[in-house]
Design a protein. Structure first.
Lengths: 40, 160
């Protein structure tokens, strides 16, 4: 998004958003146990 | 809880805690540093060691979320990952079932080819795949990417 153009703020914001999406997905998975069966 | 019978203030325990605290800080520092960069309105590379933003702003998030086609990219990623998973699992299940349950001519070479194709790096297929996708008119299309991703039968068959 921004690293090549030297726009490190945009690149950091983009990676933070992706991090938050993955974190929410992981926590939701843990709470609901949606993928629990795959590890049994 | 101390289950080893060791005193909570023993030098060994304190040394372990200090080491683990330092390791945790060293692991989390780059993450905090990225958060700081995201919350700092300037676009420059900030080399200061302070991992906390001095003048926090959501300007960068606003730009990425609402001025760039972020949600289109997210939608594309979801479509590709779901379609790739369905196709990959379908190929893996059908090929694994046939190879494990039936005895037919060519079974052994097929199993061997699964093994051999795993020995080559995926990047070797880049140019052939590009030419194939160009011939099929699937360049720059989601369908082309979906067909490319689970392309290796060995990976599909072993589920990786």
């Amino acid at each position: 998004v921004g690293v090549r153009a030297g726009r490190y703020g945009y690149a950091a914001a983009y990676s933070t958003i992706i991090f938050v999406i993955l974190l929410v997905f992981t926590i939701t998975n843990r709470i609901t146990g949606a993928t629990k069966g795959a590890f049994e | 809880m101390n289950t080893t019978g060791e005193s909570p203030y023993s030098p060994g325990r304190i040394a372990r805690i200090v080491f683990l605290a330092f390791a945790s800080f060293a692991t989390l520092y780059p993450v905090f540093w990225v958060f700081k960069m995201a919350l700092t309105p300037s676009q420059g590379f900030d080399a200061s060691p302070n991992p906390f933003p001095t003048d926090p702003s959501l300007e960068n998030f606003n730009y990425v979320l609402f001025e760039l086609p972020f949600f289109t990219w997210l939608f594309n990623s979801i479509v590709i990952s779901v379609a790739t998973t369905i196709l990959g699992v379908f190929l893996a299940c059908t090929s694994a079932y046939a190879l494990s349950r039936f005895r037919f001519p060519g079974r052994a070479p097929a199993m061997l080819s699964f093994l051999v194709t795993q020995m080559f790096p995926g990047v070797l297929m880049m140019i052939p795949l590009y030419l194939i996708m160009d011939t099929l008119g699937l360049l720059d299309q989601l369908l082309g990417l979906v067909l490319c991703t689970p392309r290796r039968p060995s990976r599909s068959a072993c589920g990786c």
